[in-house]
Design a protein around this ligand. Sequence first.
Ligand code: ZN
Length: 412
Amino acid sequence: MQLLLRGGIAVDTDPVRATTADILIDDGRIAAVGTDLAVGADVEVIDAGGMLVLPGFVDTHRHTWQAGIRAIGPDISFAGYLDRVLGRFAPRYRPADVYAGTLAGALECLDAGITTLVDWSHIQHTPDHTAAAVEALRHSGIRAVFGYCSTSPSATVVEEHMGHDLVTMAIAPYGPEIVDEAVALDEWRLAKELDLPVTVHMGGHGAASAERGMDFLVRNGLLNPRTSYVHGNHYTDDALRRIAGSGGALSVSPLVEVELGLGVPVTGRALAAGAPTGLGADTVVSGPGDMFSLMRAAYALERARPNPELTTRDVLHAATAGGARTAGLGGVVGTLGVGRQADVVLLRTDLLGVAPAHDPAGAVVLSADTRAVDTVIVAGRVVKRGGRLLHHDVAKVLTALADSAERLVVPA
Ligand SMILES: [Zn+2]
């Protein structure tokens, strides 16, 4: 089955540039980009006239299970987050709560044009919790990298969920800045045993901790291209170059990092060091869940620094192609390149606040918001059309989320 996105303004991301073009999707992949494309007889056509057509956004770091405790911690510090979220609420999560939060969180992503999600899931109390999280991601229709984080990690539990096309596995170690080095080594050993990528919180807890953590990685030979470092704001430029040299990537959560006191987002320095860099929402407990907010936060914080070099194009790149590389999916998603998976978003420009979109890429970063997300496609499957999510009863999802939230926040 072919799908033709006709007459939109194609905003590609590597490098960022915009042209009026049709996009042909065949068998879940981008088959052609251009004008007067030859199409089969059974082609389905979506009129993209007046819309910006871009690769779906990639969220490189989100604790998706937390959707049910959204906005419960405005103004909290990192200590407050550990105490309230991980100390008080997390232990109350049953598998059903993990499912409700993860499904709502993943649908929230799709609704907002995020087609790939790195779900950093540290709610694995039991194998049933893991199954609930993975099931919710699969059910949502999003492309996800499930970052498995457990205090008692099990290869068997992870192996059970491997082999799915859209939801793939990663190991999410607590890492040497949070747990003992021996425990951290076991976390990396598991990644090696299962041949999985690693996504780890490192470099966000002060300069001394960042240095100690880097020393651990070097000593144990753990710097490698299949690792993304989350919140690495306290890394020196040298450390960032070291990560870049190893092929590793940086995941920046620009808004929550500032809010929780995890340092100044590393976006510009990471890019200057040559490391693939992506953006992430981190937690909706104290931040927004859409990529427009994250792009603007990353951009504004960087422009506040002396001699800013970061542009809106750099930010759009980080939200798409850079994010894809950070998620370990470079070459798979993140651009409109022929052969890539057809993860595509159509944004309206005929809205107050978006029209007229003189500079298409600039308008995505600075003007558009979730109202503009008209159509969302994942691997060629249309999951949102005409501003409405398909395949899910959103009211039902929200009711389940509310039931879960009620139990989590006001215990019986
Ligand atoms: Zn995090």
